[in-house]
Design a protein around this ligand. Structure first.
Ligand code: ATP
Ligand code: MG
Length: 375
């Protein structure tokens, strides 16, 4: 039985939280049961008024984090945590959704913003500024904490990721997939507590799993009673990091090749079986960045009526548009290149510097954020 309280359980009434999270947890559990059968506890009952959910009791499962502290190894974990999305429900991956289904899915979870805000603050904002929730081992890590606050390049990078988290509704996420949200036995893996669920960037959950495995690896030495005692466990953790990513990538591409019947990527090159299926993986990372260039490419072929000049002018306009949004640039902007999606967009640097100075901001940071916004 799980009943939501109007505040964070571990902190108390000083940190209020809406009861509606019980609704989103229930909704996510039912979608996940359909998408990845057997990976979540079965739903038995839900009562909206009481913010109450009855689910399968997982026994003798333990919280995976506790198992990792005890140096337990879970050989099935990498395969289990990267399911094949066998289900056929409406929350199946974007490659198989119609545009209408996708938008309805996004809308169904859009109200869970209070839980998203926790992640936006705790992961993407607070570690980089003075904040009440921050904890570190003082005085030993004071220098490291200060360096996180002072590193402007890091602030730019984290701002980009935060924007991606807030504004890239690619897939239904668990949203809080640390090893405290996973229950295990030697032969089973179950994911619990999807109260942070929403449509977000599809790499977020797998990234959280990898980060938590790496944290278990780095924390391991602190649990040693004799030198080298946990070496086999530590080796297993590192292997598992690789396996989780490889399994995720393999299953993602298998799914892609099996038939991208949705509206987002209607087949063609993205489904090729000749090893270039990886294009599908890259396309799946597609965000707002390439839209501008792709728009120009499209315009080179298909002017809307008000842009259609006489034929000889149209030829020049079409070629100019296509060249300005050349295919290489569009691919690069879509993430295939290594320029971070900038794609050589001309930016009026002097104008940004003037504005940044007027606002009392670091000009370089402003320029790069503005470049992102323009993309
Ligand atoms: N289906 C289940 N079967 C058995 N035990 C469970 C199940 N679901 C949760 N638990 C146990 O209850 C604990 C709390 O569950 P859960 O994390 O869902 O609650 P929560 O209120 O969201 O907690 P938190 O504030 O830590 O996120 C888990 O750590 C786990 O030990
Ligand atoms: Mg919880």
């Amino acid at each position: 039985l799980k009943q939501a309280l109007p505040y964070v359980r571990l902190v108390g009434e000083s940190w209020p939280l809406p009861l509606s999270r019980a609704h989103y947890e229930y909704l996510a559990l039912s979608k996940q049961a359909d998408l990845a059968p057997g990976l979540v506890p079965a739903l038995l009952h839900h009562n909206e008024t009481l913010a109450l959910t009855v689910m399968e009791l997982l026994e003798p499962h333990i919280i995976m984090r506790k198992g990792l502290v005890a140096a337990a190894q879970y050989p099935r974990f990498a395969g289990d945590i990267t399911p094949s999305w066998r289900g056929r429900c409406s929350s199946r991956p974007t490659s198989r959704l119609s545009a209408a289904e996708k938008k309805e899915g996004i809308a169904a979870f859009a109200g869970n913003h209070a839980l998203c805000k926790i992640t936006e603050d705790l992961i993407f904002t607070d570690p980089y500024r003075i904040a009440e929730q921050n904890r570190w081992t003082a005085p030993y890590l004071d220098g490291l904490a200060a360096s996180l606050r002072d590193d402007m390049d890091l602030h730019v990078a984290i701002s980009r990721l935060k924007l991606k988290f807030m504004a890239s509704p690619e897939a239904l996420l668990h949203g809080d997939l640390h090893t405290g949200s996973i229950m295990v036995t030697d032969s089973q893996t179950r994911v619990i507590d999807p109260e942070f669920a929403f449509y977000g960037p599809m790499g977020f959950d797998v990234g959280a799993v990898l980060a938590n495995l790496l944290m278990a690896y780095f924390a391991s030495a602190g649990h040693e009673r004799a030198p080298g005692e946990r070496a086999a466990f530590e080796g297993w953790v590192l292997e598992t990091v690789e396996q989780v990513w490889n399994e995720f990538a393999r299953k993602f591409l298998d799914l892609w090749r099996a038939g991208a019947a949705g509206d987002a990527y209607p087949g063609l090159a993205l489904r090729r079986r000749d090893g270039r299926g990886a294009a599908g993986g890259r396309a799946a990372g597609l965000h707002a960045a390439p839209v501008r260039r792709c728009g120009r490419l499209r315009r080179g072929q298909n002017h809307p009526p008000h842009l259609r000049p006489r034929p000889q002018h149209r030829f020049r306009a079409d070629r100019g548009s296509a060249e300005a949004g050349d295919q290489r640039g569009a691919r690069r902007a879509a993430g295939a290149g290594d320029d971070g999606g900038g794609g050589g967009l001309p930016i009026d640097r002097r104008r940004h510097r003037r504005r940044a100075k007027a606002a009392g901001l670091d000009a370089g940071v402003c320029e790069r954020l503005k470049a992102d916004a323009l993309q």
